[in-house]
Design a protein around this ligand. Sequence first.
Ligand code: HEM
Length: 523
Amino acid sequence: MASPTIVASIAALTLATWAVWRRFFTRPANFPPGPWGLPIVGNLHQIPQGLPFLAFDGWAKKWGPIVGFKLGSQNAVALHDAALVHELIVKKATVFSARPPRYVAQEHVIPEGKHIHPVFMNNDYAMRLRAVTKDYLSGAGLFKLAPMAKAIGMRLVYDIYQSDGDWADDLAQWAITTPVALMTGAPVKAFGDNFTHDYHQMTIVFEEIMVSGAADIIPFLRWVPAVLSDWKRRAPSIRKAVLQAYDTLMSVAKIEHGGSFRGLIPALLSQSADPATAPDLRMSETEIKIMMGGLLDAGFASTVATFETIVLALTKHPNVLRKVQAEIDEVLGAGDEVLLPEHIDRARLPYLHACVMEVLRWHAPTPIPLPREVEADVEVRGYRIPKGTTVMTNVWTIQRDPEFYDDPESFIPERYLRNPLGIKDGTSTQNRKPLYTFGFGRRECPGKDFFFQQMEITMAQLIWAFDFVPTGPLDTDDRTGFVFGVASRPNPLNMKFIPRRSPDTLLAEKRKADIALDKILGF
Ligand code: HEM
């Protein structure tokens, strides 16, 4: 007869094997249907890096609009239907508003800000961020930023005019200048010559480590020694670069620059020092620094990517460019010597707005927005999504659904003139959003209005100033024409800007912009 020790060992081994089996191989009871995966990796090997939305789209065609799968041992679902987004993420906001953990970024890059940094902050900080930024990112406060956006946009126009066709650094400078001015109240030159370049490089490596994060998903990779682990070797230098950028932001914000505009960081520092401020609006200097640094990170890559995609779309579709040029000339002035009006009224440029909306539908820079984590078990359409499941939404599929959009693969801004939701006549408008690109529900992008104001003012100036002329093939195919990171951006563009205005007119506008910016932000 077997000894009790052998029986106990066999029982323990069986139990452990069963626990491992359950965790890595089985799907929870009643889990939404989806593809079978492999031990350890789950379905990771079936998701091509950079094109997850295409893999998910294929799964949805086979398994339905709610697909269950495994990221390592982690349960995950992907939603492919706008009604489901409303039913779950919007209506059940109390359980669908958390973000899943990001082990590498949270534990190795900025552990001191693991619940504060906007890309992975918890719900408490998400609500504080909205409260403290509302006077800058929306409503009347945002409107007050329009003259600054116009001056910074004109500087970009002039930089492009003076460039030899390589305007990538000028674009990065533009995308950084407005948000850092908003945060610090300082002109970008106060940050030193290398800030834009160093910050841009930092976002590239930070993004790489965020999207390649296998160690976020497969826990045992966390214990692999640095000599065999790329992310572990790189994390310390990325951490240094991130903190350096955020420290610079804070130190520049503390200096008085003599302009008329008061930045968000100085406002937050004095608000936090004031005992009369409600406790939930008071933050430490570290909290402010990481929240503001992360705000810059959250908007930078997506703004650059969208700018490039708008330029691609308008160059590829000269009929649309001509139509939007006609609208802009009519509102801003057509003659060669005409100067830009002091105030650019976006409400009088509906076709320009439709073009920006259509770019964001057609090639969303965020085809799969930041994921959510479910905080309680949820029943939906006969399935069960257990607590802790990662939830992703395939915006790419939703925004190309032929049931809602005529000819969804084509770039047709007129769809947003015909219908504010951009959808076909006769389709249901109930709970429908015009765009899913900025996310939804409680954690929807708080920078959306800021983005539209800055982008539409700058695009109006750019289209007023230049023709967009192709210099080679323009690839708009998702598989070959775009690079996917945190934001999807087109490959380098085969196009050039040809001025439509005289050098004197452009120079006069640039001088006006410099004078305006010196008044707003100081020297
Ligand atoms: C084309 C430009 C932009 C796009 C496409 C975009 C898209 C997104 C998306 C999809 C999310 C996740 C939403 C969700 O989970 O439902 C997000 C979150 C966020 N965005 Fe944007 N964004 C853009 C520009 C900006 C700008 C300019 C700012 C800052 C001024 C900004 C700040 C943020 C912040 C702070 C979050 C985190 C919100 C939270 O987790 O509660 N974004 N954005």
